[in-house]
Design a protein around this ligand. Structure first.
Ligand SMILES: [Fe+2]
Ligand SMILES: [Fe+2]
Length: 213
């Protein structure tokens, strides 16, 4: 009875976090400082649209990161791995709020597809966790490597006048690189190039759909 109650608590906790993530109501930690402290240049309408598309993709990426980390922690074997996942998820929550704030500044919206991507990511994370902590941590390292490359592409694509979005992406990229290194130093398995290519392809589906909706 005690066991089933704690399982129910766990399910309720995951559903609660999922709903807050996709509805943009995760509480901001007071320790989070917003990296976009530069003054807001008057962006043209075309620049605003382009920046919004990129920040919407990045916001969706952070929704996916929440799903992956929470899914992985639900099936992680060791306490150390769960602690590591929780610390990284906290950074991703910070990124999520930054992207959400920037989209509001750009008078735009988050993706309508976020609930689908969150659910798919949670399932992917939970299944990955079942393969063991080394594979799970290796999956994080491979994902974060892809995220860093993706953020580099966005830095190139951003309108040159949009310093505020650039500051956010720069700060996110520094954190993602740490997540990758930490996952490897915690014992994550290095994934083969073919799997990384398949992961990049799946990420491309997300970025291309989210850019517009
Ligand atoms: Fe992130
Ligand atoms: Fe990350």
């Amino acid at each position: 009875m005690r066991r089933s109650l704690s399982l129910l608590d766990e399910v309720i906790k995951h559903v609660d976090v999922g709903l807050k993530t996709v509805t943009g109501s995760l509480p901001a930690n007071p320790r989070f400082s917003y990296p976009a402290d530069s003054s807001d240049e008057a962006l043209s309408r075309a620049d605003k649209i382009r920046s919004s598309q990129l920040m919407r993709i990045n916001h969706c990426g952070e929704v996916c990161a929440q799903g992956l980390y929470h899914g992985q922690s639900s099936t992680a074997r060791s306490k150390e791995t769960r602690k590591h996942l929780a610390a990284a998820a906290e950074d991703e929550r910070k990124h999520l709020i930054w992207c959400q704030t920037r989209l509001q500044e750009l008078d735009s919206h988050t993706s309508f597809l976020n609930p689908i991507w969150y659910a798919a990511s949670w399932m992917t994370g939970a299944v990955t966790g079942l393969f063991g902590d080394k594979i799970s941590l290796g999956f994080i390292a491979a994902t974060e490597e892809e995220v860093c490359q993706h953020l580099d592409r966005h830095l190139d694509e951003l309108p040159s006048a949009d310093d505020r979005s650039r500051a956010i992406i720069d700060a996110m990229k520094a954190d993602e690189a740490h997540h990758q290194q930490d996952a490897i130093s915690q014992g994550g398995t290095e994934f083969p190039a073919a799997i990384k290519r398949a992961m990049a392809l799946q990420a491309k589906v997300m970025t291309e759909t989210t850019r517009w909706v």
